[in-house]
Design a protein around this ligand. Structure first.
Ligand code: UT7
Length: 324
């Protein structure tokens, strides 16, 4: 059985914040942000929420796949910035779409979240438990940023991306060809955001809001070593080399990470499409937003082989080889 991505969609908040706009909020400059990261601007939520952006991206993906919400069996949302602790973002999206048949739950794997969701959907579909999955990567990271910390707040953005994944009959294309994912909790604190503190009568701690903090250089080193190794392993599993791949669709954290991965893989940089210039780092949403932009530009043709790869908080990473 072939597990194929049959539709994509995305949604970005209406409001844009440029690097120059940010320079009025913290001590930074367009020159520093552009040269160190490749980011020029990002969309930040004002009225939008993680669930409303997810639902808009999901509706577009369903339309692209030409199927109705009632056909979705499995709805997985990857996010670290849901609107509620409970209900999950996936349950909120289910209600907004009217996808009454779907079983819905969230995955927390930060910037690898969409890839973890894709692999989870793959496992359900491959075993025949479900036929049609809707997976969403969505974040409102601006609500967990410390807007006085220039080392983090300039890097991230808000948005959502979605894909419809379906178990197809033989002859309808190959779909997902190889997959691997991994986690290293022992290094988790290099990119962290604490949850709520325990205010029970015994613990008695006051509520202090917590924001993302990161050892940027450690995360950078992790990314440029782990990602090429992970991609090499999935290529080997698929019996392919870099030369067989039309595009490498990577998590969008920093243009220098993307360039370093290209160099280490000895692959042309032109094969690495970029959305971080106008989206910033959107964590779980970055891979599906980029995939949707490529799909809508007509860059993906049936039979093309692409690699998708996510990496980040946890620490976590995941890569896949996909035939479009
Ligand atoms: O989604 C996955 C998670 N994130 C990542 O993958 C991020 C990985 N890491 C990175 O992309 C890079 O490490 C950063 C972009 C975060 C930082 O770049 P860097 O080249 O490692 O810079 P740095 O942290 O070493 O800082 C260099 C200087 C420091 O000043 P001093 O100590 O040299 O005087 C910082 O204080 O740049 C300063 N700096 C800034 N200056 C202007 C830090 N942030 C800013 C800023 N504007 N926004």
């Amino acid at each position: 059985m072939a597990i194929r991505i049959i539709g994509t969609g995305s949604s970005l908040p209406r409001q844009v914040m440029t690097n120059d706009d940010l320079a009025e909020v913290v001590d930074t400059s367009d020159e520093w942000i552009s040269s160190r990261t490749g980011i020029k601007e990002r969309h930040l939520a004002k009225e939008e929420t993680t669930a409303t952006m997810s639902a808009e991206a999901a509706r577009k993906a369903l339309m692209d796949a030409r199927i109705g919400a009632e056909e979705v069996d499995l709805l997985i949302a990857a996010t670290i910035t849901g609107d509620y602790i409970t209900p999950s973002t996936a349950c909120e999206v289910q209600a907004l779409l009217g996808a009454g048949k779907a079983v819905a739950f969230d995955i927390n794997a930060a910037c690898s979240g969409f890839m973890f969701a894709l692999h989870t959907a793959y496992a359900y579909l491959q075993t025949g438990i479900y036929k049609t999955a809707l997976i969403v990567g969505a974040e409102t990271l601006s609500k967990i940023m410390d807007w006085t910390d220039r080392s983090t707040c300039v890097l991230f953005g808000d948005g959502a991306g979605a894909a419809v994944v379906r178990a197809c009959e033989e002859g309808e294309g190959s779909g997902l060809l190889a997959f691997e994912q991994g986690s290293d909790g022992s290094r988790g604190k290099v990119l962290a955001c604490e949850g709520r503190q325990n205010g029970n009568p015994l613990a008695g701690r006051p509520f202090v809001p917590s924001y993302v903090h990161m050892d940027g250089q450690e995360v950078y080193k992790f990314a440029v070593t782990t990602v090429p190794a992970s991609i090499r392993r999935v290529l080997e599993e698929a019996g392919m080399t870099e030369a067989d791949i039309k595009y490498f669709v990577l998590h969008q954290a920093n243009i220098r990470i993307i360039q370093s991965v290209a160099k280490r893989l000895k692959a042309e940089e032109e094969k690495f499409p970029v959305s971080l210039d106008h989206c910033g780092n959107v964590s779980a949403a970055s891979v599906p937003i980029l995939l949707d932009e490529m799909n809508r530009k007509g860059l993906l043709e049936k039979g093309d082989k692409i690699v998708m790869s996510g990496f980040g908080g946890g620490l976590t990473w995941a890569s896949a080889v996909v035939e479009w």
